[in-house]
Design a protein around this ligand. Structure first.
Ligand SMILES: *Cc1c(COP(=O)(O)O)cnc(C)c1O
Length: 338
């Protein structure tokens, strides 16, 4: 079975499992796990930040960041498609008591002008705008990515208005591989970046939140309160260290394969609209009366799994365990549904 439901369905490779078995570990709540410390330092350095904190999930790195940047009653700004708003169980309200100003961006990407227009003036009766969150690439908008220049413009608006800027970088390496921008230069515009290892990088678990020393100190405390303090987490961090060495450059292959799937979908009789495919995510809507559930069931009979994003929307994500052989199977399954 070909599984294109998500880039989280990958299993650790032989090399990654070897790295896990060979990991040096200790109690990370005491700060004594060498593999976790190595991963946090490496990730921070790669993104030009002072420090990092390893968490069990990208949801936790985002939620810890939001909590550490805000006070209850504050307002944060993000795009309508944002994972932090749609896919984190209401965590912004639940964990931080913060409300959200949703902006309709261009395929998930908000602009500096939009941010500037939506900052509340400092009246007692208005929530304090304190944080802007960007997502790169944007999951629900088909893997679109920001240009460095638009990030820079947003960061200037934030600095001018005393707002913190957080990046949900669940797929930041997909964006960087595609643009060729440097991780350090990109992260320099943000106060914090969540870097995910369980998506395109093929790890079983984990994300690292990076930022300055003071912020990460606060984030570490919040992580513990949220129940994210782990003990011999080095076995997990070892997988992420392995992924940093081996699984970044190859993301380009995922993008090439995604574009090949897009080429078939462009000409498919059952597709109403296909979002531009820029990285490893493919999102399309189906022509009525075909529903996503029916389409997914038919495709699954042909050996390929996708995921429904609403009644008529379907998503595929290419990943580490999806090779050229599986690509051919997928292309012929999709053509077979015409
Ligand atoms: C997957 C994802 C996350 C984090 O997800 P976890 O499953 O909690 O690791 C955050 N943001 C985006 C855009 C994602 O796709």
């Amino acid at each position: 079975m070909v599984d294109l439901r998500s880039d989280t369905v990958t299993r650790p490779s032989k090399g990654m499992l070897d790295a896990i078995l060979a990991a040096h570990v200790g109690d990370d709540v005491f700060g004594e796990d060498p593999s976790v410390n190595q991963l946090e330092e490496r990730t921070a350095k790669l993104f030009g930040k002072e420090a990092g904190v390893y968490c069990p999930s990208g949801t936790m790195t985002n939620q810890v960041a939001i909590k550490a940047h805000t006070q209850p009653g504050d307002e944060l700004i993000c795009d309508t498609h944002a994972h932090i708003y749609i896919n984190e169980g209401g965590g912004i309200a639940f964990n931080s008591g913060v409300q959200v100003r949703l902006l309709p961006g261009d395929r998930g990407r908000i602009s500096a002008a939009q941010v500037a227009e939506n900052i509340n003036p400092p009246f007692d009766w208005l929530p304090r705008t304190t944080l802007v969150c960007l997502e790169n690439t944007v999951n629900r908008a088909g893997g679109s990515y920001y240009t460095l220049n638009s990030i820079k413009e947003i960061s200037e608006v934030c600095k001018k208005n005393n707002l913190k800027l957080h990046l949900d970088g669940a797929r930041i390496f997909n964006a960087l591989i595609e643009t060729g921008d440097s991780a350090e230069e990109t992260a320099n515009y943000f106060d914090s970046v969540s870097v995910c290892f369980s998506k395109g990088l093929g790890c079983p678990v984990g994300s690292v939140l990076v930022g300055d020393k003071e912020f990460i100190k606060k984030a570490r405390r919040v992580r513990k309160v949220f129940g994210g303090g782990m003990r011999q987490a080095g076995f997990l961090a070892a997988a992420a260290n392995y992924a940093l060495d081996n699984n970044i450059k190859r993301l380009k292959d995922d993008h090439v394969r995604a574009k090949k799937i897009a080429d078939v979908l462009k000409n498919a009789s059952y597709v109403e609209e296909l979002l531009p495919v820029e990285t490893n995510i493919i999102i399309f809507t189906l022509k009525a009366p075909l529903t996503s559930q029916e389409f997914i069931a038919k495709l699954s009979e042909k050996g390929v799994k996708g995921i429904a994003f609403g009644k008529k929307m379907v998503r595929f994500v290419t990943h580490l365990d999806f090779d050229d052989y599986q690509l051919e199977e997928t292309l012929s399954a999709l053509k077979g549904l015409n």
